[in-house]
Design a protein around this ligand. Structure first.
Ligand code: NCD
Length: 326
């Protein structure tokens, strides 16, 4: 694996392999000194052209825990503001000798395009409405560990509720959940469902009340107001009344059901119950798992030692030849 651009590029077996690797990373993160030398000498560049709290800090933490050097590229104070093109930015940083770019961009397809301009690995940290593959992996990992489903999600009912149209998380998660065998139902008003949804491997319904008591996982999405051009719901209050997780609805969840959200949450819109009072809420667990999953991805892309992963993770020095830089 050289890049991670689209979760659809991975087979179910490759997803499971990354989740297995994540188990090792979780174990490292629980150590008093959560750091291993697996990526010593490698340089990872975080290139975020869009706002982010958790994804950016998560990749940053993940790379540091594997002992990579991390360059955080601040777009707001860079030559991008002087009109430098994306291509020139990538070629310039590549010339400094880097091994991976972690890219978030508001244009769908930007990470794929960047692969043509650099020899480094590219990890897509969210592109437009298109893909967010590490979010899908961390969500799969969260379900797998919380519902004790190590290999497959066969028979699992997952409801994804909210603004599907503008959501790269929905697109990636549908593919990953489906690949592992779950059945996904999308729940949204028709205005928040993309036109091509009939071709997706999902069921669609327009009422959260129709699925709330049967799902094993209730996955809430944020109303992505910054990506909307028109008013697609009459009002946020109305949306909350029709689609939000209210205290009344929370009572109808199955006892084992998980409540997930990728963050950032709009409290009072998609969720008006305090998640800390929901026994099935995995929202902070998703954040913790995000670091471990991203360690697994970075290790998979950059830690190309022929030694078994475990040996390297447990502290053997990486004796590889340094990669030739352009
Ligand atoms: C998501 C994103 O940016 O795509 N957040 C995240 O990465 N944790 C979802 C969102 O913005 O609503």
């Amino acid at each position: 694996m050289k890049h991670l651009i689209d979760i659809g590029d991975l087979s179910a077996a490759q997803i499971v392999h990354l989740l297995d690797l994540t188990d090792h990373m979780v174990e490292i993160n629980q150590r008093p000194m959560p750091k291993v030398p697996a990526l010593r000498g490698k340089t990872v560049v975080n290139l975020f052209f869009e706002d982010s709290t958790r994804t950016r800090t998560s990749f940053d933490t993940a790379a540091r825990r594997l002992s990579a050097d991390v360059m955080n590229f601040a777009v707001s104070s860079s030559s991008v503001n002087k009109g430098e093109s994306l291509r020139d930015t990538i070629e310039t940083i590549t010339a400094m000798g880097v091994d991976a770019f972690v890219v978030r961009h508001s244009s769908s397809g930007a990470p794929q395009q960047i692969t043509k301009w650099t020899t480094a690995s590219i990890v897509n940290a969210g592109d437009g409405w298109h893909q967010h593959p590490t979010q899908a992996l961390l969500d799969c990992y969260t379900i797998r560990t919380n519902l004790a489903r190590p290999q497959s999600f066969d028979g699992l009912q997952i409801g994804i509720v909210g603004d599907i149209t503008h959501s790269r998380v929905a697109r990636s998660n549908v593919q990953a959940f489906n690949a592992l065998g779950a059945h996904v139902t999308l729940v949204a008003p028709p205005t928040l469902l993309p036109p091509g949804v009939s071709g997706w491997p999902v069921s669609v319904c327009h009422r959260i009340d129709d699925i709330i008591s049967t799902v094993d996982v209730l996955y809430l999405l944020r109303m992505q107001r910054e990506r909307m051009v028109d008013a697609l719901v009459p009002s946020l209050r109305e949306y909350s009344a029709m689609y939000g997780l209210t205290p009344q609805r929370a009572k109808r969840l199955q006892q084992h059901a998980l409540v997930m959200h990728p963050g950032p949450m709009n409290r009072g819109v998609e969720i008006s119950v305090d998640p800390s009072e929901l026994p099935g809420s995995t929202i902070l667990n998703q954040v913790a798992n995000g670091v471990a999953v991203r360690m697994a991805v970075l290790f998979e892309l950059l830690g190309s030692s022929p030694d078994p992963a475990r040996d390297q993770l447990e502290g053997a020095t990486n004796k590889q030849e340094p990669r030739a830089h352009q």
